[in-house]
Structure formats: structure tokens, C-alpha cells
Design a protein around this ligand. Structure first.
Ligand code: ZN
Length: 302
């Protein structure tokens, strides 16, 4: 199985401090938009209902001068090394003009499959670390301004010693099967016509499997069994870890939870509706499980 988007690129060395900066690849954000040099619009339709059109190509700024942003940067973080080059993340103010000629601000979803895969993955990492750095400038216990450390990725309170590490919020996703059908649902914030597997955040005091059973019961009123791990994906919007499972229907009729689930239904694996883009684990999960089920029924038909 190939790596999902946002997995750590092969050969990437995670580092916190840079001893002697050389030529660097820059991940410069303004809010959640990344600074890139852009090609013309790609005439092919986008596979993501959230993205109207993608550019034909995009590339990141590559610079020898590691202080090129000067005081314009709200924060600058060293990410590590990729292919002999230093990787830097930086954030500019919300209304900043693009600091490099012929560059634009573009959301990450639009850059999926456009930007080089390794750069796309590190852009997700950069976005999460910038968000963490921005929201941990003061100690959560005593309010003192925090300080970065050179030895590890942490912001540390000089007064009360409380450390704040980058946070990752675990969430589970479950694709429920009943015979040759899959349970798909629509959240109110989905683009029109798009359906996906159920998902929710893990609560303190429960296992991933318990979380999944609870989420499925709450969101659609269905009981599940035979929960099997599928795979996981780092998800930088803003700092999640999505852990995906397959499971089987064990009982209950679909009753969509008011406010959370707009619609939920069983779909035959041969007649699936519009599902999410290949950027997400949801698509990988639905593609793999429906292929497995189609295979089982093709074998029984022989
Ligand atoms: Zn403190």
C-alpha cells in the first residue's frame, strides 16, 4: 500500500535547530494558505468537491538566504533536512502580500497532487507546527511567556517549568459493512452530494475501538462488531490523527443524529455515491473495503 498524503517522506530528517543554514526549502503560510509559485489552471476537473480547480503545477520557494523574510515573519521554525536541504516553516501576518515575485497564497487542498508529494507532506507538518507554536506562546498554567528549546520540539515555561509539546488529536473513522452494502453518511458541512464513512474524536478514558462503537451508535444508532484496524493518516486541519477501521453491522436501524448527520444510508458496493478525494484516508478506506467485498461476491458467483 502506498503512503497516504501527509505521511513522513522517506529520507526526511526531523530536526529542531539548524547549526549552519544552507540552501533552504520554505513553507511560508498566511493563515492556512501556503506561498507557492503557480502554473496555469489545469483544465482537468478536480477530484475534490471542495476544490474548484487545480493549477497545472506549483513549487515552493527555494532560497539561499535563511533570513529573507526578516521581521515580516511572525514565527520561523526549523523542520529538518530533506535531500540535503534545510526545510523551514514560517508564518506571515493575515494580510501579507506574497513576499516573492510571481508567487501566490494557495490552500493545501488545492495543492494536493500538484505540489511534489514530499513537499506536500512537509507542508502538512509545517502547518500543524505553526498552529501549535502560535497557540502555545504563553504557559497554560501560569501565563508566563514560553520559550522554545534547541534540543527538542517543545515550548517551555521558564517560571513553572510546564512543557507544551505539539498536540495531536486522535480521531477514529469506521466503515460499516452489512453483507455487500456499506454505511455512508453526510455531515452538514460536506459539499453537496458527497458521502463518507463515519468519524469522531476520541474522548479521554476510552479505547479506539470503544470510541468507534460509541460514535457509530451516537451518529446513526447502529451497533457494530468485528472491528479491524485499516491504517492511519496525519491530518493537518488543524492537528488530527485519523485512525481508520472496518467493521460489520451487528444490529439496529439507521437513525441519523440531529445536527451531526444530515443523511445516512446503506449503499451497494457496486453503486457508491460521490465519495471524498484521494487526499483523505476516507477515500482509501472506502476504495479498499469495497474492492474486497466486490472480490468476495465475484468469487461466490463462480
Ligand atoms: Zn508556567
Amino acid at each position: 500500500m502506498s503512503e497516504l498524503p501527509f505521511a513522513r517522506p522517506a529520507g526526511f530528517e526531523h530536526l529542531v535547530a539548524c547549526e549552519s543554514p544552507g540552501e533552504g526549502i520554505w513553507f511560508v503560510f498566511r493563515g492556512t494558505d501556503l506561498l507557492v509559485e503557480l502554473g496555469p489552471p489545469d483544465p482537468r476537473p478536480s477530484d475534490d468537491p471542495r476544490v474548484r480547480q487545480r493549477p497545472a503545477w506549483a513549487r515552493l520557494p527555494l532560497l539561499k538566504n535563511h533570513n529573507w523574510l526578516g521581521p515580516a515573519a511572525l514565527r520561523t521554525l526549523y523542520l529538518g533536512r530533506l535531500g540535503g536541504r534545510d526545510c523551514w516553516a514560517a508564518e506571515l501576518v493575515a494580510d501579507a502580500a506574497a513576499p516573492a515575485p510571481a508567487s501566490s497564497w494557495v490552500g493545501l487542498r488545492t495543492l494536493f497532487s500538484v505540489l511534489e508529494d514530499t513537499h506536500f507532506a512537509l507542508a502538512g507538518r509545517a502547518l500543524q507546527l505553526i498552529d501549535w507554536d502560535r497557540t502555545h506562546q504563553f504557559c497554560g498554567r501560569c501565563g508566563t511567556p514560553t520559550e522554545a528549546k534547541r534540543e527538542e520540539r517543545v515550548r517551555f515555561c521558564p517560571a513553572c517549568k510546564l512543557p507544551a509539546y505539539p498536540r495531536v488529536a486522535p480521531a477514529v473513522m469506521g466503515l460499516v459493512r452489512r453483507d455487500r452494502e456499506l454505511l455512508l453518511a453526510r455531515s452538514p458541512h460536506f459539499p453537496p452530494g458527497m458521502w463518507s464513512a463515519l468519524a469522531g474524536f476520541v474522548e479521554p478514558g476510552e479505547s479506539l475501538e470503544q470510541c468507534l462503537a460509541r460514535e457509530v451508535a451516537e451518529e446513526v444508532g447502529v451497533q457494530i462488531r468485528n472491528i479491524r484496524y485499516f491504517t492511519s493518516q496525519s491530518w493537518p486541519f488543524p492537528h488530527s490523527m485519523m485512525i481508520a477501521f472496518t467493521c460489520e453491522w451487528a444490529g439496529g436501524d439507521i437513525r441519523p443524529q440531529f445536527g451531526e448527520i444530515e443523511e445516512a444510508n446503506w449503499f451497494d458496493v457496486l453503486q457508491l455515491p460521490k465519495i471524498p478525494s484521494k487526499i483523505s484516508i476516507a477515500r482509501r478506506l472506502i476504495d479498499a473495503f469495497s474492492a474486497q467485498i466486490r472480490g468476495e461476491f465475484a468469487n461466490t458467483a463462480k
